[in-house]
Design a protein around this ligand. Sequence first.
Ligand SMILES: *[C@@H]1O[C@H](CO)[C@@H](O)[C@H](O)[C@H]1NC(C)=O
Ligand SMILES: *[C@@H]1O[C@H](CO)[C@@H](O)[C@H](O)[C@H]1NC(C)=O
Ligand SMILES: *[C@@H]1O[C@H](CO)[C@@H](O)[C@H](O)[C@H]1NC(C)=O
Length: 228
Amino acid sequence: MMDFSHVFYFLLVVLWPECGWQPVSLTDMITSSAVKKVYRKANLCIHPDKVQQKGATLEQKYTAEKVFDILKVNVQILNVHDSLRSNKDNDEHLERKILDPEHLSKVESIFGNLSETIKIYGPWSSAWVGEAGGAYNSGGNHVSNRFLNSFWYLDQLGIASCYSTKVYCRQTLIGGNYGLLNTTTFAPNPDYYSAVLWHRLMGKKVLAVSSDVHIKDFYLQLGNVSRS
Ligand SMILES: *[C@@H]1O[C@H](CO)[C@@H](O)[C@H](O)[C@H]1NC(C)=O
Ligand SMILES: *[C@@H]1O[C@H](CO)[C@@H](O)[C@H](O)[C@H]1NC(C)=O
Ligand SMILES: *[C@@H]1O[C@H](CO)[C@@H](O)[C@H](O)[C@H]1NC(C)=O
């Protein structure tokens, strides 16, 4: 889920030998727990306090500081591009998946695990969804660009908010079937209006709400309905 490998290769190039950074191979980072280990090791090598302790030069301190910032940024990005896992243009299962509360909630374990990772390894950082289109490979025609898709989209925005996600990037504004605007006419697709409504109605504070009624979760966030 989290691809840090490019960052770790970058470390090899910019860090000096005495800082303790050892090369890692891609095969060492197959499982997420292995990635976490490497990430923690990298953080230890370039943490400003550690670098200070090891008597680094001014230039090395500066480099460490910059790399530390890059690691911080990279731990924040989570891609949930394929949460509906459709790779066909007309996946007949796509509609069923969107209307299946259980399927939609599967992504919660990713958000939950990410917030655990952040709590343990990067409490200074926050989660972002870097790219979310629902169904990868450009989305499904007649689904991703239809009203139906907002059941997925709004639900995802709700889940993301419950896990303190700071930024949610929708793939895409224009392009593919999941574009918020039609690729040729630029006419807004239904999800565009859902995004506008979300922005207007939902505030920053998330409240825990529940119900005995067996329907898909609902979300409540304090907002200013009268905002212009
Ligand atoms: C979240 O973590 C649990 C426990 O480590 C694991 O079983 C589950 O597969 C993880 N979920 C995802 C989506 O990575
Ligand atoms: C864009 O709109 C045109 C005209 O309504 C339609 O034929 C086309 O399928 C739309 N494209 C997408 C990707 O939704
Ligand atoms: C509601 O609007 C007021 C005044 O514009 C602002 O100070 C406040 O932060 C807003 N609250 C939310 C939850 O957006």
